[in-house]
Every structure is written in structure tokens, then in C-alpha cells.
Ligand binder design. Structure first.
Ligand SMILES: [Zn+2]
Ligand SMILES: [Zn+2]
Length: 205
């Protein structure tokens, strides 16, 4: 009987250490900048959770940062948004992704200000995606089908940029979600919305 307290302490210790050893599901914080429809946030969260097995949390909406405003083209610079985002990642989150309906741009090759759909640190803690360009050229017979196509592009965009955050580069396999968009929204429309076996293998390593 005298051994019981020691046994109890030992079993509590074993129990606590087994809790500590359980791998924690990593957490992505989604930061809406300006007005973003609820359906868009839900779609992104579901896409990240099912593709990567991460948990997601939605932050309160905030206005786009003034520091990112680019007056000559009247839109926001994506790399400046990433800079600003770094200070806004909650401590409990492993990475942060901003989403906005406004147009964003960055410098691309000889173009000092090129409109883009998304930008991510690779690998890194921040990314930003914009729905402004994926609303264009949604060729479908009716409104419902156009919206479905839009949501498919949105899933693709979020999964693509988050892949960069995890260190994935552009992939040569046609249809892989990590394929280079090459500046056209058409790439989204033949995407399988999924990582190819090679990209999946890289992530698992
Ligand atoms: Zn990319
Ligand atoms: Zn791939």
C-alpha cells in the first residue's frame, strides 16, 4: 500500500508525457483584408485542411495596410502586404495567409508593377491571395456554374500559395496544383486541384 502514491505519480507522469509526445496539428491563420465573402473563407479553409491536414482559424477582418498602397496603379503591393502580415501572425499560429478581393501586384522581371493572384514566402510564414483576377473570364453557361468555377479557382489558388509556403516550387506536371500559372487565369481551369505524386512526395520528406 505504501507504494501506491509513487505508482500514482509515475502513472500521471507517463500520462502527461504521452500527451506531450502527441504531434500537434499545425495551424494556419486566415486573415481577411477588407470585405471577403463568407463562402470564400469557408472554401479556402476546407481546401487547406483537406489537402495538407493543417488546422485553420479565421482572424477578424482588417483593412488593407496603407503601407502597401501603390498610388501610380491604384492597387496594393503584395510584398508590402507580406511584410506587414509578419507582425500580425498570432503566436498560436504556425503560418498566416491573407485574402483580399482587391487587386495586388509585385515586380516581375522587366515589369515594375505586375498584377498577380497571389504571393508567398517560399518557404515562409506569410502569403497573400487576391480574388480580383480569378473573377475574370469565367466562361460558363449560367451564374451557378460560373460561381462553381470561381470557387474551384479559389481553392486552387489557396492550395498553390500555401504549397509555396511549405517550400514547394513550381511543378512541370500539367494539372498539378503547383503548376506555374504563367500570368494567365486559364491555368486554373485545367488544374486537378491536387498535388501530383512528386509534389506530395516532396512534402512527405
Ligand atoms: Zn506559384
Ligand atoms: Zn506537382
Amino acid at each position: 500500500m505504501r507504494a501506491a502514491p509513487a505508482l500514482l505519480i509515475a502513472s500521471i507522469f507517463v500520462c502527461l508525457s504521452s500527451i506531450a509526445a502527441q504531434p500537434k496539428t499545425p495551424l494556419l491563420a486566415i486573415a481577411p483584408l477588407g470585405q471577403v465573402p463568407r463562402t470564400d473563407i469557408t472554401e479556402i479553409r476546407r481546401a487547406i485542411e483537406t489537402t495538407y491536414g493543417w488546422s485553420t482559424v479565421e482572424l477578424a477582418p482588417q483593412p488593407l495596410p496603407k503601407s502597401a498602397w501603390y498610388q501610380p496603379r491604384r492597387r496594393h503591393r503584395a510584398e508590402k502586404i507580406l511584410q506587414w502580415l509578419r507582425g500580425r501572425k498570432p503566436l498560436a499560429a504556425d503560418k498566416i495567409m491573407a485574402i483580399t478581393a482587391k487587386d495586388i501586384s509585385t515586380t516581375k522581371g522587366r515589369y515594375p508593377d505586375w498584377g498577380i493572384c497571389g504571393l508567398a514566402e517560399m518557404p515562409g510564414s506569410t502569403s497573400v491571395i487576391s480574388t480580383y483576377r480569378i473573377k475574370k473570364k469565367l466562361r460558363a453557361p449560367n451564374r451557378k456554374r460560373r460561381h462553381e468555377k470561381y470557387l474551384q479557382r479559389l481553392r486552387d489558388l489557396a492550395v498553390h500559395e500555401f504549397g509555396h509556403q511549405l517550400g514547394l516550387e513550381h511543378c512541370p506536371h500539367r494539372g498539378c496544383v503547383m503548376e506555374d500559372a504563367k500570368g494567365t487565369v486559364g491555368t486554373f481551369d485545367h488544374s486537378t486541384n491536387e498535388l501530383c505524386a512528386d509534389c506530395r512526395h516532396q512534402l512527405d520528406r
